[in-house]
Design a protein around this ligand. Structure first.
Ligand SMILES: Cc1cc2nc3c(=O)[nH]c(=O)nc-3n(C[C@H](O)[C@H](O)[C@H](O)COP(=O)(O)OP(=O)(O)OC[C@H]3O[C@@H](n4cnc5c(N)ncnc54)[C@H](O)[C@@H]3O)c2cc1C
Length: 404
């Protein structure tokens, strides 16, 4: 995929009052930007990285994500990408295997998918600023307009590149879609997030399928005492490996390759060759929750709003579904009525995203306790319709979920 160019400079962006400034061009931010621009709003989409960029992810895109794209006329984005349809999940624990048929979904490169959605945002009229970090300017600094005495009708975002300040941009709404780390909120105490004390962390690497027996169309999940590893082929001859592991186990093993080898061995699967030579990328703690996802002219979406470990592979689906819903709220709301927008987004998020994460939380609790995982696996062996039911449920699109 070709690299993307910014469509505007920081100085140019600072000269406008934007309807929305969207921080982060992952699936949550890029699709929100596309929807808002498609609805005629002036949108600035910015990302700290240049695109295409890699992302720690299993690359399994479920039916929830595909249906969100279809509903907004973007299914073609997927059709044009090299991808494998997912046929089955193969769960492994201590040498045993449970196979579950997949009800849909595809395996793709996140670099390709995310770049394609950003292209659609530009195509709909959003401006793009890459290689630029955005930080929300704390409210007290710009809240009151000296002339009217009213709360200001915009928020400011400080733009930075390579740690140096560039300019400030103003948006009537700022959408925070900057993923797990939420760097854009680090200078403000607004919208705090709570990280689960025992949260696992993510690991990611890519290697040649010659080193592994994972066939195209299969998602293989290896469950161990200190984490789990998912592997899937997402392009001809390339395997995407994504894992969630206990940080203390990683410290004990010293390197990601040693810990991942341990997880392969304990699941009874041959360790792929050359793990030590791969370039491993990690994340911070994965499981986090925020009490509120909307503040004064600020809306938080995607992983930045809250996340549960990736065992069920729902992240992109939730990011895309809620992007469409948030854009609907912002397009239908009177931009002057910021408290109505905030209330609508908080309600919508609680109902459609947080309300759906209970199953992922339950699975994640089980996976952190080896004896519960063992019990659940025994049940799955005896009654395969139970994991099949859960997989179907998680793959079901949020049909007609109301925005508010
Ligand atoms: C190990 C692992 C495996 C996973 N596997 C799957 C899977 O198979 N299927 C699935 O659906 N989900 C999976 N997920 C979850 C999925 O990756 C996320 O839920 C999804 O990427 C969330 O999208 P987002 O747009 O919220 O954030 P991101 O995709 O993280 O995008 C955030 C963007 O913001 C940018 N950014 C960050 N800070 C700033 C800043 N201050 N200013 C400007 N830009 C900034 C970043 O560069 C990035 O491009 C997995 C996650 C992990 C950790």
């Amino acid at each position: 995929m070709n690299s993307l160019e910014s469509t505007i400079t920081a100085a140019g962006a600072a000269a406008c009052l934007w309807d929305a400034v969207v921080i982060g061009a992952g699936p949550a931010g890029a699709l929100t930007a596309r929807q808002l621009a498609d609805g005629g709003r002036r949108v600035l989409l910015l990302d700290a990285k240049t695109f295409p960029r890699e992302k720690v992810c299993g690359g399994c895109i479920n039916e929830q994500a595909l249906s969100a794209l279809t509903n907004v006329g973007l299914r073609k984005v997927i059709a044009d990408l090299p991808a494998f349809p997912i046929r089955e999940y193969d769960l492994r624990l201590r040498g045993r295997s449970v196979r579950i048929a997949s009800q849909g979904g595809i395996a793709v490169s996140r670099a390709d998918l995310d770049t394609a959605v950003v292209c659609e945002a530009i195509h709909s009229g959003a401006d793009l600023l890459l290689g630029t970090t955005g930080r929300l300017v704390p409210r007290a600094a710009n809240d009151w307009s000296p002339t009217s005495g009213q709360a200001t009708e915009f928020r400011e975002v400080q733009l930075e590149a390579a740690g140096a300040p560039l300019a400030r941009v103003r948006g009537r709404v700022v959408v925070i879609a900057d993923g797990l780390v939420r760097k854009s909120l680090q200078q403000t105490s607004e919208l705090p997030v709570c990280t689960a004390a025992n949260s696992w962390i993510g690991l990611h690497a890519v290697y040649s399928a010659d080193q592994d027996s994972c066939p195209p169309g299969q998602v293989r999940m290896l469950i161990g005492r200190h984490g789990y590893v998912g592997t899937v082929q997402f392009q001809n001859n390339t395997i995407n490996l994504a894992a969630a592991v206990a940080p203390d186990a990683l410290r004990r093993c010293g390197t990601a390759a040693v810990l991942i080898s341990e997880l392969f061995e304990s699941a009874g699967v041959a360790v792929p060759g050359g793990l030590a030579e791969l370039s491993w990328v990690g994340t911070g703690p994965l499981t986090r929750r925020s009490r509120s996802v909307a503040g004064h002219r600020v809306m938080v979406i995607g992983d930045a709003a809250g996340y549960v470990e990736p065992f069920t592979g729902e992240g992109v689906g939730q990011a895309m579904t809620s992007a469409v819903q948030l854009a609907d709220i912002l397009l239908n709301a009177e931009l002057a009525n910021e408290s109505a927008m905030s209330a609508a987004w908080n309600t919508c998020y609680r109902r459609n995203v947080a309300g759906r994460q209970w199953m992922c939380r339950g699975l994640s609790l089980a996976l952190h306790r080896p004896w519960v995982a063992e019990l659940a696996f025994q049940m799955a062996l005896m009654c395969p319709y139970i994991p099949q039911f859960i997989a179907n449920r998680l793959n079901t699109p949020l049909a007609g979920a109301p925005a508010s």
